[in-house]
Design a protein around this ligand. Structure first.
Ligand SMILES: [Zn+2]
Ligand SMILES: [Zn+2]
Length: 426
């Protein structure tokens, strides 16, 4: 089989996932994800364009904007077939609507196109197989966030491809690790975000995190935990519900809407009872009076977006909490360069020339991406594999991982750039 692979985004870069594949003999592509990134000025960066009439069907792996954020563009003038889990569809609607609210001016589509897209999504579940002409597409759990999927394409006359999207192999409070048993594919298109590193064990990270939160609370300080609204915030709430159920925990912003949505999808949430408990015993923040009050309540814990302190209610809280050395700001996700979160970690300020932060600052590695060794394990677990294409990772990260894979398995790899058109033969 000769397979054509268009890298429309995520080539030697994290995010902006957009990969189109077709056999030589086909006229149209299957498109996996169509995500958006943001540049240093916070302007959206679209993937490379592809004409809607070149697309046979779109598969969305999960609802993070770097995988679904650009997809409404196809619904300006047409309605290509699109598939995702129901939870991914509902989360995508929340995430993209929020992006339109904040950056709509710079985007080449509006709410109308978002609505058209969401209404066109055909819902799929783990284990389903969808027939598209001569291809069968099977859906697997990717373990990254609730509802996230990997797709395996099998062409009826031979040849198969597995697209991982973002993937995690370990169980967390909110997700069960990716389903890897019994997988077979000729070609693997895999993310490589953490090709350079392994994460510490989740149990150890949780342990240190809880110790830290407890020590601040016992000392009478307030703990601010800026967390991504989709996935991380709910994981932190589940940990707190399990380990510190008697503390005063508040959650704010979109973290609240998404927690409510997760609770409607028991099949996609690992420790569902803990999320239910978090919802029952912790307090959702409603309105600015309540926010003001919480900032005076010694010993309280606030979980809120944005995860890098860029926007969201976290911005409000941090301004009121940063100057008291008894308080703590606990970062629980990746901090991109130039964000207030990164500046806080590296320079002890929230913005250039800003006042020094006196509150204690911590960072914990709660990643939802597989670490380097786990990515190699994924490759090892796939039967009859002939080639690996590494995307969604920086150049160093993808190449380092590629050589590790080659050494461990003998399988060849490619690290395409965005804009490359690979022709692969099996
Ligand atoms: Zn991603
Ligand atoms: Zn993701």
């Amino acid at each position: 089989m000769r397979l054509e692979l268009l890298v429309l985004g995520s080539g030697r870069e994290v995010g902006r996932a957009a990969i189109a594949i077709k056999r030589d003999s086909d006229n149209q592509y299957l498109l996996f994800d169509y995500g958006i990134n943001f540049d240093l000025d916070d302007k959206p960066v679209m993937p490379l364009p592809i004409q809607p009439n070149k697309i046979r069907a779109i598969f969305i792996s999960h609802a993070h904007l770097d995988h679904v954020g650009a997809a409404p563009i196809f619904y300006v003038s047409s309605t290509p077939a699109i598939y995702s889990t129901l939870l991914t569809a509902l989360l995508s609607k929340i995430m993209i609507a929020d992006m339109l609210r904040l950056s709509g001016y710079y985007l080449p589509f509006e709410y109308l196109e978002l609505d058209t897209m969401i209404n066109n999504i055909k819902n799929i579940s783990y284990g389903d197989t969808i027939e598209i002409d001569s291809a069968l597409v099977k859906v697997f759990n990717a373990g990254h966030i609730p509802g996230s999927a990997m797709f395996r394409v099998e062409f009826k006359d031979g040849g198969s491809v597995l697209y991982t999207g973002d993937v995690n192999t370990i169980d967390t409070r909110v997700t069960k690790g990716a389903q890897l048993s019994g997988l077979e594919a000729d070609l693997l298109i895999m993310e490589s975000t953490y090709g350079l590193y392994d994460h510490p064990s989740r149990n150890r990270v949780e342990e240190l995190f809880i110790e830290t939160v407890k020590s601040v609370v016992e000392d009478g300080g307030i703990v601010l935990i800026p967390a991504f609204s989709l996935g991380r915030a709910q994981e932190i709430l589940a940990i707190l519900a399990d380990r510190m159920p008697h503390s005063n925990v508040y959650y704010d912003g979109m973290a609240r809407d998404i927690l409510e949505l997760f609770l409607q999808f028991k099949e996609y949430v690992n420790q569902y009872q803990l999320l239910e408990k978090a919802m029952r015993i912790f307090t959702a923040v409603k309105g600015s009076d309540m926010r003001k009050q919480i900032c005076k309540e010694n010993g309280s814990i606030i979980v809120t977006p944005a995860g890098m302190l860029k926007g969201g209610p976290a911005q409000y809280y941090v301004k009121r909490l940063y100057s008291n050395p008894k308080n703590a700001i606990i970062l629980v996700s990746y901090q991109a360069p130039q964000t207030p979160g990164r500046k806080l970690l590296t320079e002890g300020v929230l913005e250039d020339g800003g006042p020094r932060v006196k509150a204690k600052v911590f960072w914990f590695d709660f990643s939802s991406h597989a670490g380097s060794s786990n990515l190699v394990e994924i490759v090892k677990s796939i039967k009859n594999l002939k080639k690996v294409v590494l995307v969604h990772g920086g150049e160093d990260s993808a190449y380092t991982l590629g050589y590790k894979i080659k050494e461990a398995t003998g399988i060849d790899f490619e690290v395409p750039k965005t804009g490359d058109n690979l022709v692969l033969e099996f």
